[in-house]
Design a protein. Sequence first.
Length: 78
Amino acid sequence: MRLCLSGLLFLLVISLPSGNGFLRNDGVEIRSCTVIGGRCFFGCRVGWEWVAYCHNILSCCKKLTQCQWLLTFTSWVH
């Protein structure tokens, strides 16, 4: 029984609005974040830039354009 509950809890946690969740999600809309063009996640996805905090736990992330993402990626490599 405990293993079943642990598995259910695991599935619930990984389906939360995180950057790399089990299920596809678009983050959470919080007004303070959407005003600056971002979405709230538990962690920013690849290709997204961290902008601010949402309610002390979530991260407000803004999607990078193709050019911005390439510049960021090349700065990580060097």
